[in-house]
Design a protein around this ligand. Structure first.
Ligand code: CA
Length: 236
């Protein structure tokens, strides 16, 4: 979900655009004045700028040109009125990413917004990995201690002997307690998307994992069956 700057001096259009952005789950920030809009855009933090052409004090073309001269790569969707082709072409030459001619349908606007945000996400530099979870740190779940580094599972003093796949399955479950996974999701996540497996592959591995893990495999405490859906790992 993105912060979107809506620069539009016609209150009805601005309200409509902001309302639909909010409905889509985005945060809309509105400016009606060209110079205010430029200052706001330069403050940064927007995933998209929806920019009207004719605005008080500074028009959309100048705003667009100025932002691009700043090397600001924020996608810009221009709104033009039906005054002719020149404005549209100019808008694109100035570095706008797309344009819509007024009057536009809400559906059309939202499709363009989605397309621009998707494009921006594709080309955005990936976030630094500082916040990544410690993949190799030992994991304590229920009364189990799972050590990804050594690929060992202990309950108290007792080590559980698991095959590589059983270990991967347990580790995956333990990292997502309470989440329900279908058999085909587990195949994708644990065996890998390229694996041409069958649902019964998952069933038989879970049965073997339970036989080693569960004090009473007939009444599992760790890996629980969710009837008609798949499996989940017990919470807390
Ligand atoms: Ca206008």
């Amino acid at each position: 979900m993105a912060r979107v700057l809506v620069v539009e001096d016609e209150p009805d259009i601005a309200e409509l655009v902001c309302l639909h952005l909010t409905t889509m789950g985005h945060t809309a920030v509105h400016e009606a004045d060209g110079l205010d809009a430029l200052a706001r855009a330069r403050g940064g933090g927007f995933g998209l700028i929806i920019l009207d052409l004719n605005l008080p004090r500074m028009d959309g073309l100048d705003i667009c040109r100025t932002l691009r001269a700043d090397d600001d790569p924020t996608p810009i969707l221009m709104l033009t009125s039906r005054t002719g082709e020149i404005d549209r072409v100019l808008g694109l030459e100035l570095g706008a990413d797309d344009y819509l001619t007024k009057p536009f349908s809400v559906r059309e606007l939202m499709a363009r917004v989605k397309a621009q945000l998707r494009r921006a996400a594709l080309y955005a530099p990936s976030a630094p990995a500082v916040a990544a979870p410690p993949e190799r740190a030992p994991l304590a779940v229920l009364d189990l201690m799972i050590d990804p580094e050594r690929r060992q599972v202990r309950r108290g003093d007792a080590a559980l002997e698991l095959t590589a796949r059983e270990f991967d399955l347990l580790l995956f479950f333990a990292r997502h307690p309470g989440r329900v996974y279908s058999r085909s999701q587990l195949l994708d996540e644990v065996w890998g998307t390229g694996y041409a497996g069958y649902d019964h592959t998952v069933n038989s591995h879970i049965n073997r994992l339970r036989a080693k893990l569960e004090p009473d495999p007939q009444r599992p405490r760790y890996v629980l069956t969710v009837w008609g859906v798949g499996y989940k790992f017990a919470e807390g």
